[in-house]
Design a protein around this ligand. Sequence first.
Ligand SMILES: C[S@@+](CC[C@H](N)C(=O)[O-])C[C@H]1O[C@@H](n2cnc3c(N)ncnc32)[C@H](O)[C@@H]1O
Length: 274
Amino acid sequence: MSQSQIAPDTPSQRTVLAFAITTIARPQEPECETARCIAAATGYRYVPRAHRSLAGIAAAEAADGLIVVGRTALSLWIAGQSLHHHPNMAKLRILALAQGKRDILVDALQIKLGDHVLDCTCGLGADAIVASCVVGPSGRVRALEAAPLLALLVEHGMASYPLADDPDLGLAMRRVEVLNADYADYLRREADNAWDVVYFDPMFDESIAHARGLDLVRCLARPGGPAPADLREARRVARRRVVMKDRRPGRLLARLGFAKVEESRRVCYGVLPA
Ligand SMILES: C[S@@+](CC[C@H](N)C(=O)[O-])C[C@H]1O[C@@H](n2cnc3c(N)ncnc32)[C@H](O)[C@@H]1O
C-alpha cells in the first residue's frame, strides 16, 4: 500500500481512504512550499490548487480526501466536510481551572506543575492541552496518535495556534509533543517508570456520537481500547498511575480492573496503580 492511502485498523468496519495534499485557493509560495515538504515527508501526492475547487481536485485525483495547507495551519477535507484543529473545549476547561474550578480529568490524573504525562490517545488533543497547561513548562506531555492524518493535523495545529490570541494556551499547545505512534508498540519500547501518569481515552462509537466535528475524526481514528497486555505495559511505564476514561457507568473500566475515581453526567475515569 502506498503511503498516500490510509489503512484503517479494522478493514471490516471501514474502507481504505486515498489522500492527496493541496493548498488554499490563492496560495503564496510559503503554502506551496509547506505542501511540498509535507508531501515529501509523508508520501502524500502534492497537487497544485490551480484555481480548482477541492471537490474538483478530489475528483480529478480520485482522492477520498485532501490535506489542505492554509496560511497558518492544515485542514482535512473529506466529501465536502472540513476538519480544522482548534483547542475547542480545552480553552474553556483551562479558563475554568484558572478560576479555581475543578476539571475531573485533572483530578483523576492527579497532576501538578513539573509532572510528565503520557497521553496514549491524542485524538484532537484537547486533554493533552489541558494536561500541558497544568504541568507547565517544567513538565512534559507527549501525545500518541495511531492515525497518521490526525497526528499530522494535530501536530501542525498545536504548533501554529496564534500566540496573540491567548499566549498561555498557545505556549501550552506548542509544548505538547504529538507523535504518530501506536501505544501498543510505544509502551513496549518505553523504560520502566518513564512517565508519572499514563492516560487512555479510547475511541468508542457511542462515546463520540454527540461531539462536534467528530464524523471526520471517526472516519480517520483507530477504534477500540487497550488490551490487558497494553495495560500491563502502561503500569510498568507509569511511576504513579494509569488512568482511563469510559462512558458512564464505566463497564469497560470494571472489565479491565480499574477503580472508578471520578464521574460526570456522561463519562467517568478509572485508575490502576502503577
Ligand atoms: C476518543 S479519541 C481521544 C480524544 C482526546 N482525549 C481528546 O481530548 O481530544 C481516541 C484517539 O485515540 C487514537 N487511538 C486509538 N488506538 C490507538 C493506539 N493503539 N495508539 C495510539 N492512538 C490510538 C484514535 O485514533 C483516536 O484519535
